[in-house]
Design a protein around this ligand. Structure first.
Ligand code: SF4
Length: 80
Protein backbone atom coordinates (compact mmCIF):
# COMPACT_ATOMS: atom_id res chain seq x y z
CA UNK A 1 0.00 0.00 0.00
CA UNK A 2 1.25 3.46 -0.84
CA UNK A 3 2.05 5.88 1.94
CA UNK A 4 1.81 9.61 1.34
CA UNK A 5 2.83 12.57 3.46
CA UNK A 6 0.42 15.47 3.87
CA UNK A 7 1.03 18.90 5.29
CA UNK A 8 -1.30 19.86 8.10
CA UNK A 9 -1.81 21.91 11.21
CA UNK A 10 -2.96 20.80 14.63
CA UNK A 11 -6.57 21.75 15.28
CA UNK A 12 -6.60 21.09 19.02
CA UNK A 13 -7.45 23.96 21.34
CA UNK A 14 -3.88 25.00 22.04
CA UNK A 15 -2.11 28.31 21.30
CA UNK A 16 0.86 26.72 19.52
CA UNK A 17 -1.00 25.74 16.30
CA UNK A 18 1.84 23.37 15.40
CA UNK A 19 2.59 22.61 11.79
CA UNK A 20 2.38 18.87 11.05
CA UNK A 21 3.55 16.29 8.57
CA UNK A 22 1.01 13.48 8.53
CA UNK A 23 1.77 10.10 6.97
CA UNK A 24 -1.34 8.46 5.53
CA UNK A 25 -1.80 4.93 4.22
CA UNK A 26 -5.12 3.68 2.83
CA UNK A 27 -6.90 6.79 4.16
CA UNK A 28 -5.64 6.15 7.68
CA UNK A 29 -3.15 8.19 9.66
CA UNK A 30 -0.12 6.09 10.50
CA UNK A 31 2.33 8.72 11.74
CA UNK A 32 2.35 12.37 12.80
CA UNK A 33 5.50 14.47 13.06
CA UNK A 34 6.26 18.10 13.53
CA UNK A 35 6.91 20.11 10.37
CA UNK A 36 9.43 22.88 9.89
CA UNK A 37 6.94 24.86 7.77
CA UNK A 38 6.09 27.00 10.79
CA UNK A 39 9.28 28.58 12.23
CA UNK A 40 7.62 29.23 15.59
CA UNK A 41 7.24 25.52 16.39
CA UNK A 42 10.05 24.40 14.02
CA UNK A 43 9.31 20.69 13.87
CA UNK A 44 8.34 20.24 17.50
CA UNK A 45 4.96 18.88 18.58
CA UNK A 46 3.66 17.51 21.85
CA UNK A 47 3.67 13.80 22.73
CA UNK A 48 -0.12 13.71 22.79
CA UNK A 49 -0.43 14.52 19.11
CA UNK A 50 2.72 12.67 18.05
CA UNK A 51 1.64 9.39 19.64
CA UNK A 52 -2.15 9.42 19.93
CA UNK A 53 -3.59 11.18 16.88
CA UNK A 54 -4.33 7.94 15.03
CA UNK A 55 -6.24 6.73 18.09
CA UNK A 56 -8.19 10.03 18.28
CA UNK A 57 -9.13 9.83 14.60
CA UNK A 58 -9.60 6.10 14.04
CA UNK A 59 -10.15 4.74 17.55
CA UNK A 60 -13.34 2.96 18.58
CA UNK A 61 -14.00 5.49 21.39
CA UNK A 62 -14.16 8.48 19.03
CA UNK A 63 -17.33 10.50 19.36
CA UNK A 64 -19.18 10.44 16.05
CA UNK A 65 -22.29 12.38 17.08
CA UNK A 66 -23.08 15.19 19.52
CA UNK A 67 -23.92 14.06 23.05
CA UNK A 68 -26.66 15.36 25.33
CA UNK A 69 -26.10 15.84 29.03
CA UNK A 70 -28.01 13.44 31.28
CA UNK A 71 -28.56 15.00 34.70
CA UNK A 72 -27.78 18.37 36.18
CA UNK A 73 -24.72 20.42 35.39
CA UNK A 74 -22.07 20.66 38.10
CA UNK A 75 -22.15 23.90 40.14
CA UNK A 76 -19.84 26.65 38.90
CA UNK A 77 -16.37 26.34 40.41
CA UNK A 78 -16.70 22.67 41.33
CA UNK A 79 -14.26 20.14 39.97
CA UNK A 80 -16.95 17.48 39.47
S1 SF4 B 1 0.62 19.48 18.49
FE1 SF4 B 1 0.32 19.63 20.71
S2 SF4 B 1 1.46 21.49 21.29
FE2 SF4 B 1 1.11 21.57 19.06
S3 SF4 B 1 -0.80 22.74 18.77
FE3 SF4 B 1 -1.32 20.53 18.83
S4 SF4 B 1 -1.85 20.16 20.98
FE4 SF4 B 1 -0.70 22.09 20.92
Amino acid sequence: MTMVERAGVCTLDCPDTCSLTVTVEADRIVKVRGSHALPYTDGVICNKVAHHTAEFVHGSRRLTAPLMRAGRAAPAGSSA
